[in-house]
Design a binder for this molecule. Structure first.
Ligand code: UT7
Length: 330
């Protein structure tokens, strides 16, 4: 039986470190508020002119190197992002060109915070069916250029950061790899975490009036998102555990989308597992949307937190609302 396993990982974050105190010089906030409410101490922001694909390139190069593969070995690029370089074409095509891949398929996945897990489910299907042997899966975001860094946007802009993570998903005949994936959405909450413009239903898609009114900034009803997140994360983790006839005790590491440390703590509490079982790096990078899980995977591998044979659960929740999980036997 052919399964899909993660054969290489990589990540890249921009050099510019933005501390909570830095943000407090731009808006009415404080290091204390941000730490207490989110667990974030700093995040990375790009310099002007750096786009999502620029961050994806070094992450993807590392993942290929770790998998001992070259661009010629990859059969498909899947690029998960909520902040593509352009509305058209997708960032996957830009990555194909930048890294000199052969003329393989390049597919963007627009499922925001859950984009990486959705992308993994797609890669898994292509590999299980024998269509492809190696898929490059990237999660990359430049959130900082879409943040209102004034007082009006402080509830959103203190959370998000920029970064990229990548994995190579490869075929194996061994008893390991992605055991199951579980995808969900509930679009009635679409406007609880969204950017209103540019919008295809407006002509022009974005006007100077829209910009004056701040409709282009990411907006979030934080409390509503929080309430749903703390329910959906544990539910979706349990779905992955039950689907594989496992118990919570069989799980070696949970890698959640890095939304907020308080959400991670609540997930651990509801599952009755020690906080150490739930990976967290939000203190250093903030919430990097589709990039947060692949960055956390790469760091976990580098830190030796994941060993061959471990059961690892990936889980995400975010804008859509969309949420998803995956059970991997490493
Ligand atoms: O990745 C996608 C998923 N996203 C998430 O999972 C985010 C989920 N939501 C959250 O993480 C939290 O709701 C936030 C961190 C966004 C906000 O935390 P909260 O504890 O829910 O705060 P709140 O929105 O209830 O606001 C509490 C107070 C308000 O003041 P009043 O009305 O009590 O006087 C806000 O105006 O905190 C104020 N506030 C701030 N104060 C200082 C909001 N943002 C800030 C800020 N600095 N940056």
């Amino acid at each position: 039986m052919t399964r899909a396993y993660i054969s290489g990982t990589g990540f890249y974050v921009p050099e510019k470190v933005v501390t909570n105190d830095d943000l407090a010089t731009l808006m009415d906030t404080s290091d204390e508020w941000i730490r207490e409410r989110t667990g974030i101490q700093s995040r990375r922001f790009v310099e002007d002119g750096v786009g999502t694909t620029d961050l994806a390139v070094p992450a993807a190069e590392q993942a290929l190197k770790a998998a001992a593969l070259t661009v010629k070995d990859i059969d498909l690029i899947i690029f998960a992002t909520s902040t593509p370089d352009y509305m058209a074409p997708g960032s996957g095509c830009l990555l194909q060109d930048r890294m000199g891949f052969p003329e393989i398929g390049a597919l963007d996945v627009r499922v925001q915070c859950s984009g990486f897990v959705y992308g993994l489910s797609i890669a898994d299907q292509y590999i299980r069916t024998g269509t492809f042997r190696h898929v490059l899966l990237v999660g990359a975001e430049v959130q900082s250029t879409g943040m209102d860094l004034s007082d009006a946007g402080r509830d959103v802009s203190v959370i998000f950061g920029d970064g990229a993570g990548a994995v190579v998903v490869s075929a194996t005949e061994e008893d390991r790899g992605v055991l199951s994936t579980h995808l969900h959405s509930e679009g009635k909450y679409a406007r609880e975490l969204w950017s209103e413009v540019p919008a295809s239903g407006r002509n022009p898609r974005i006007s100077s009036k829209d910009v004056e009114e701040g409709r282009h900034w990411l907006k979030m009803n934080g409390r509503e998102v929080f309430i749903h997140a703390v329910t959906r994360f544990p539910e979706c983790i349990m779905e992955a555990i039950a689907a594989n006839n496992l118990q919570v005790e069989d799980v070696d590491l949970i890698i959640p989308h890095q939304a907020n440390l308080r959400i991670t703590m609540e997930v651990a509490r509801r599952l009755k597992v020690p906080l150490e079982l739930v990976y967290s790096n939000i203190d250093r990078y903030g919430n990097t949307t589709a990039a947060s899980i692949p960055i956390a995977i790469a760091e976990s591998v580098n830190e030796g937190r994941i060993q061959k044979g471990n059961h690892v659960v990936l889980v995400a929740f975010g804008s859509g609302f969309a949420w998803a999980s995956a059970m991997i036997k490493w």
